[in-house]
Design a protein around this ligand. Structure first.
Ligand SMILES: Nc1nc2c(ncn2[C@@H]2O[C@H](COP(=O)(O)OP(=O)(O)OP(=O)(O)O)[C@@H](O)[C@H]2O)c(=O)[nH]1
Ligand SMILES: [Mg+2]
Length: 294
């Protein structure tokens, strides 16, 4: 019997959902960062074996944001609960107000929800883990609870085993060698954004969107020429991004290029442009043209 199904990974921002996706697939599919609200799209990672195919759907962290981008992103995360066979609710601390908001969305679900306690490498002792788990089991009838560390890849075999038990019988929806649904352009723009998240602070990471403008094969130099546009909301943010003497932008470009080369196994030449677009996070048309929303 072959089993298959879709598994949504949901939770508050920054709990380690994308890190978990990457660890389960064994490849970097989604970018991660220490800053909340890193993921903005729904990203699928596919794990195939002889016995099963699991399609993991990484989602943006659920939270109540103020701008239109955040509202759309939150809606996207919530809508991911539809049309899946299973939900993994990822947490990294005791039950609180923000967690309660997420759990509220489970109330009408008829599919199993697993409680995944992540970052146990940071919890001091077994007692702390038990206490954390108890704070959730009082709130919702979770089908299973799974303490893990996505970063250190501990107990992931137990996660896969438990998912397999609950998966329905079904076909392979995707070719066996396909690991994600991300296009090359999406991978490139996300990797550029990841480096920006790493090198900027406060409001800048949230004010940035990256759009791949063109991908052209350069036969003469045996490279692929990629041009990317970085959108920010204010000229002060543009200055921060570029840095003194263009130093920061150079570093962002160089690190993004190296990782794109490695992940896509192509030699690219990357050109970055920074442009100011006032208040794009609140403009429906900008959001659409930057690839956000359903
Ligand atoms: N110590 C520790 N850190 C972890 C673990 N898993 C993830 N992290 C860290 O937590 C931070 C957030 O990880 P992400 O995977 O980007 O979190 P996310 O839930 O996808 O965040 P959003 O996309 O913003 O919702 C990163 O700095 C990760 O390295 C873990 O098991 N242990
Ligand atoms: Mg994420």
């Amino acid at each position: 019997m072959h089993k298959s199904g879709f598994i949504a990974i949901v939770g508050r921002p920054n709990v380690g959902k994308s890190t978990l996706l990457n660890a389960l697939i064994g490849q970097k599919i989604a970018i991660t960062s220490t800053k909340p609200q890193t993921t903005r799209h729904r990203i699928s990672g596919i794990l195939s074996s002889e016995k099963y195919q699991m399609i993991f759907v990484d989602t943006p962290g659920m939270h109540k944001g103020k701008d239109l981008l955040n509202i759309q992103i939150d809606r996207l995360a919530v809508s991911s609960l539809r049309d899946v066979d299973l939900v993994m609710f990822v947490v990294d601390r005791e039950m609180g107000k923000a967690e309660e908001i997420v759990i509220r969305y489970f109330k009408n679900l008829k599919i199993p929800v697993f409680l995944v306690i992540n970052k146990i490498d940071q919890l001091i002792n077994k007692q702390a883990i038990d206490q954390l788990i108890m704070s959730y089991l009082n709130e919702y009838p979770f089908a299973a609870y799974l303490p893990i560390s996505a970063l250190e890849r501990t107990h992931l075999d137990k996660v896969l085993e438990t998912i397999e038990q609950y998966l329905p019988e079904g076909p392979k929806y995707f070719p066996e060698d396909m690991k994600s649904d991300q296009s090359e352009a999406m991978i490139m723009s996300e990797l550029v954004r990841e480096k920006i998240l790493y090198y900027t602070e406060q409001e800048v990471p949230h004010a940035v969107a990256v759009i791949i403008e063109s991908i052209k094969e350069n036969i003469e130099h045996n490279t692929v020429d990629v041009s990317a546009l970085i959108m920010v909301e204010r000229s002060s943010q543009k200055q921060i991004l570029i840095g003194r003497g263009g130093e920061k932008m150079k570093r962002i470009g160089s690190e993004a290029r190296q990782e794109i080369n490695r992940l896509l196994d192509t030699k690219i030449h990357l050109t970055l442009w920074v442009k100011v677009k006032k208040d794009w996070r609140n403009r429906p048309r900008d959001l659409r043209s930057f690839g956000y929303g359903e």
